[in-house]
Design a protein around this ligand. Structure first.
Ligand SMILES: [Zn+2]
Ligand SMILES: [Zn+2]
Length: 138
């Protein structure tokens, strides 16, 4: 049991290799992430009470967006629905959850090809890799 706990702690400390696109501004509709080069679209979601429609403080839990509180502060209902905001404003930003979605291949592919011209004219010198002879000591 202790081992499981340690293992869990250990895994929590492993840095995530997946890019978090931290440099992409939350206020832009979409831009390229300078860290991973993928096109990132900001999507804002809020949850609303199904009963009275009031907006609820929303949190991200795993891959889903849920209300932070179990019951609606206005009517006490527990049902909610998810609403995608087309634009964030200063009222909704306090309730909404931001999802930075990377456009995957096929949706938003931009290919850039670069050529680098040889700076020094003339024949390029090819460097040969040093050859190491394996010595067998018997
Ligand atoms: Zn990124
Ligand atoms: Zn309600």
């Amino acid at each position: 049991m202790l081992n499981n706990l340690l293992l869990e702690l250990f895994y929590n400390f492993i840095p995530k290799t997946e890019c978090q696109h931290d440099k992409v501004s939350p206020m832009s509709d979409g831009e390229y992430c300078p860290d991973c080069g993928r096109y990132i679209v900001n999507e804002w979601y809020i949850t609303r009470c199904k009963c009275c429609g009031v907006r609820l403080q929303s949190v991200k839990k795993g891959e889903s967006i849920i209300p932070a509180e179990k019951f609606c502060h206005n009517c006490g209902g527990s049902d909610y629905y998810l609403e995608k905001l087309s634009k964030i404003d200063f009222v909704n930003i306090n309730y909404a959850v931001l999802i930075k979605r990377a456009m995957e291949d096929g949706t938003f592919v931009r290919t850039t090809q670069c050529w680098q011209d040889e700076e020094n004219e003339g024949s390029p010198v090819l460097k040969l890799l040093p050859f190491f002879e394996k010595k067998h000591n018997i």
